[in-house]
Structure formats: C-alpha cells, structure tokens
Design a protein around this ligand. Structure first.
Ligand SMILES: Cc1cc2nc3c(=O)[nH]c(=O)nc-3n(C[C@H](O)[C@H](O)[C@H](O)COP(=O)(O)OP(=O)(O)OC[C@H]3O[C@@H](n4cnc5c(N)ncnc54)[C@H](O)[C@@H]3O)c2cc1C
Length: 462
C-alpha cells in the first residue's frame, strides 16, 4: 500500500536480492523499523536468481579483503540460522583438480592461501585419493586439493526466509516499488518510488546490478556496474550420482572457472562462464556456449555422455572495476552503500548485513537487538529433506517431475510474501523446473494460480 510521507521509517533497503533480504532481516532484528523495496514483481529479480548455489569458505578469496570477511561471517551465520529457518545444507566438500603440470605447480599456493585465510582442513589430495572420492572423474588428473567446508545450499529459499523473518518481526516488504529519486531534507530522505512516496532516516543501497544508478541519488556514483554473465547447464537427476564433491578447476587471474556441482534439488550443474556485457537485465543463454559447457562436463566426467540435459540458465554478476566489495556509510547523508557483491554474495549476504549494522551503530544510531525474535521456517525443497508428497495431506501432486503438490503451490500463492510472478512461484515450489520444464503441469499450475500471478514481460504460463 502506498503511504503518505508522514510516516518516517528508520531505514529503507533498496533491492530485494539476497543481499538486500539479509540486510533487511538484520536491521529488523537490530530493532529498526525497516522497509525493503524491490522494483521487480517478486524478490530475487536480479543477480540473485541465477547462481551456482555454493556456500563458500573463502579459501581462495583475496587475504585481508572485505569480501573474505563478509564471506566468512556469512558462512558462519548461515550455519547458525539454517535450522530455525528450515534451510538445507548439502555437505559436498570441494575438490580442486589439476590436469596439467602448470596447474599442479599452482596447488601449493592455493593451499597456503586457504590456510592464510583461516580455512581449516584444506590439504593436497593425491591422485589415488581423488580417484577413491570421485571414481567417475576422467583419467589424467595430476593432483588436487580438498576443501572440506565448501557446500551447496538452496539459493532461493534462503533469501526468502530472510525476508519472511524480517516481516514476521515487524519489517515490511514492498515489491513493484522502484526507487526513482530522493531528496535529503532535515535528516530525512523523501523518496520517490513507482508506488508512491516513502520517507526514511536511512537508505541502504543494495540495488545490485542497478547499484550505481541508485547511488547517483545520493552522490556522483564512485563505481560503475559491469554485468558479468555466467551461463549454466543443468543435467537430469540421475547425473548427480556420478559426482560427490564440487569439482573445481584451478582458477586463473580472471575467473574461478567452470565447476561441476550437485544441487540440493538433486540435479548436477556445470558452469558458470564469465562474459562481460552491457545489458543489466537480459541474461540470455546461447547454444554454442551451452554446448561447450556440456562438452566440458563430459570431458570431466565421461559417464555424463549418457545423461540428458534438463535446463539451462544464466545469471549476471553485479561486478565493478574494483577488486573488492564496497560497503561504506555516508554519515552526513543518511546513506549506506553495499555494492559490487559479485560472485560470492549468496554466501556473504549475512556478512554484508553485519557490516551494515555496525555502520548504523557507528554513524547513525544505537541498535537494540530484539530480545526474542520470531523464527519463520520455510518449506523444504531439498531432495533429501521432508517433502509434502511423501507424507500426503497436501493435495495431489501437480508437478510430477519435481513432486510438487497442489498444497505447496497454494501455500506459495498466499502468506505474507506470496509469489509475485511465475518465476517467484517456481523458486518457491520448484513447479515447472523439472525434466519436462512445465510441458505436463503448466496448465494445471495456471489453473491453480488463476489471476494471482501477474505475468511479466517474458514470463508466460505456456
Ligand atoms: C553466475 C553466478 C554465479 C554465482 N555463484 C555464486 C555462488 O556459488 N555462491 C555465492 O555465494 N554467490 C554466487 N554468486 C553471487 C550472488 O548470486 C550475487 O553476489 C548476489 O546475487 C548479488 O546479490 P545482490 O542482492 O547484491 O544483487 P541483486 O540480486 O541484483 O539484487 C538487487 C535487487 O535490487 C533491485 N533493484 C534494482 N534497482 C532498484 C530500484 N531502483 N528500486 C528498487 N529495487 C531495485 C533489483 O531488481 C534486484 O532484485 C553468483 C552470481 C552469479 C551471477
């Protein structure tokens, strides 16, 4: 609901990606009256909707960087809160594999960096130990490094859980609300949004791929976003049995490279690429690159030759020219900037939120953590966790590939943060995301949704 400028919020968080959702939650739990605004029809309309879903240890992050600090704080917080929020953890570990003598030569420095970054248990793996861990890996690996703490999470339920906990504890989320401009007057931001005016003493810019444009409301932006696309191929579920760990390449100066990883939903993915582009929104895939990814996966694990592909997707990293995150306060302007959270933000989200809370205390106002916050667990979507179809009582199965019941779809269309578009419904339930990609169930899903999902450009119910 649009509101008059009379109510002045403690904070408006701009951008409902994973970072904005974590910042919103942290501010609410710190006792602030916070509002999260998102220009899309649903949360996760930007970078956060397409990533590799890895919970990183930071073993390979630049030592001493803000990115490393945020990742490690975020990693610890995710482990601390995942059970009360109902969030999964697929404990895969990672192996970084060297295929050439040059790559073997790089391994000691990778282990040393991990130890300097305080990441426990990282150690070399001899080829025969690697073979025992990953018997389906191609012949020819010359060496490897084991990173026991790298794991896989649900990239969509996590940010939704953060936003829902923020709402349950007194915060508000407004979608289809794009910040257009603002004016700071007597310590209050008078914000103009596409859904009406808003007033707040503090604005936190978490606008991801649009961060520099939003920043220009407060100051000439000190950074420019350079979207960097990553394309992925998702193999069908039986493929996941061929791989146990996340299989990482030896990174280059430019990119961490293409990895193979299981997903919590029971698939196997290969990706991402790293392609600079101008467009901040269109994350298109192309046949040539996808074919290269498939070939790369089959080179790494020859038995994938028999495995069909279920889906493809791409995500855009909100990169800047800087090598580190930018998280800073403008104390005289009631503004905090959170920018350039490019390749690691799913992991680092709570660390960036922690930084924001400390900046709030240092520059703006004391925080008073809620003494007994409410915890609002989200439904499990992970393959190895409890799902309603197993227990019955949640209606008939509608999506047979992903075993989604009518009850799950109904629940995702209601509640305090109902799916705002088809993408949001898919991310909340996994309907239409399985082997048939909606061929068999989209009509039933459309009938269940009725007019509760506003189609967006490019979003069709088929
Ligand atoms: C290919 C790829 C692989 C990745 N793999 C991993 C991984 O394995 N592990 C990991 O930890 N991280 C990973 N990441 C990184 C992670 O996904 C990003 O760091 C993260 O999504 C960035 O989130 P964000 O909230 O900063 O930005 P976004 O998700 O872009 O969120 C910003 C939001 O702001 C909204 N917005 C923009 N302008 C306005 C406005 N004017 N008003 C209101 N709202 C606005 C947008 O619609 C958007 O929803 C990966 C990213 C990519 C692209």
């Amino acid at each position: 609901m649009p509101e008059g400028p009379a109510s002045i919020h403690d904070a408006v968080v701009v951008g409902g990606g994973v970072v904005g959702c974590a910042v919103f939650r942290a501010l609410v739990l710190a006792g602030l009256d916070a509002v999260l605004i998102e220009r899309g029809a649903d949360l996760l309309s930007g970078a956060s909707k397409g990533n590799s879903a890895i919970l990183h240890t930071g073993f390979d992050a630049p030592p001493g960087s803000l990115e490393l600090a945020c990742m490690q704080e975020g990693y610890a917080e995710y482990l601390a809160i995942r059970r009360p929020l109902g969030l999964p953890l697929l404990e895969t570990a990672a192996v970084l594999v060297a295929w050439t003598p040059e790559e073997v030569a790089a391994l000691p420095a990778i282990v040393a960096k991990a130890h300097r970054n305080g990441v426990a248990g990282v150690r070399p793996l001899e080829p025969d130990e690697l073979r025992r861990r990953e018997p389906n890996l191609a012949d020819g690996a010359l060496g490897a490094v084991l990173i026991p703490g790298e794991h896989v999470i649900d990239p969509w339920s996590a940010p939704l859980a953060y936003a829902l906990q923020g709402i349950a504890n007194g915060g508000a989320v407004r979608r289809r609300t794009a910040l257009e401009s603002g004016r700071l007057s007597a310590g209050t931001w008078r914000l103009v949004t596409t859904a009406g005016p808003l007033a707040a003493r503090l604005v936190v810019n978490c606008a991801g791929l649009f961060g520099d444009l939003v920043e220009a409301i407060a100051r000439p932006s000190p950074f420019s976003i350079r979207p960097r696309k990553g394309q992925f191929v998702v193999f069908d579920k039986p493929a996941a049995r061929l791989v146990s760990s996340i299989i990482l390449p030896v990174p280059t100066a430019r990119t961490k490279g293409v990895l193979l990883a299981r997903t919590v939903f029971g698939n196997l993915l290969v990706g991402p690429t790293a392609e600079e582009q101008e467009d901040r929104e269109a994350a298109a895939t192309d046949g040539v690159t996808l074919e290269r990814l498939v070939q790369r996966a089959r080179q790494l694990v020859p038995a994938l030759a028999d495995q069909p592909v279920t889906a493809t997707y791409a995500g855009l990293r909100p990169a800047t020219a800087a090598s580190d995150y930018l998280i800073e306060a403008l104390p005289d302007s009631g503004w905090i900037t959170v920018a350039g959270i490019r390749s690691t933000g799913l992991t680092a989200a709570h660390g960036t939120a922690g930084q924001v809370c400390r900046l709030v205390e240092r520059h703006f106002r004391p925080v008073q953590p809620l003494p007994a916050p409410l915890w609002t667990p989200v439904p499990n979507l992970a393959e190895d966790g409890p799902r309603p179809w197993r227990s019955g009582g949640s209606g008939a199965i509608v999506c047979h590939c992903e075993l989604v019941t009518g009850g799950e779809i109904e629940a995702a269309l209601g509640g305090p943060l109902p799916a705002g578009d088809l993408g949001g419904l898919k991310r909340r339930t996994r309907c239409l995301m399985g082997r048939c990609q909606g061929f068999y169930c989209s009509a039933k899903v459309a009938a269940l949704a009725g007019d509760r999902l506003a189609p967006r450009l490019g979003d069709t119910m088929k």
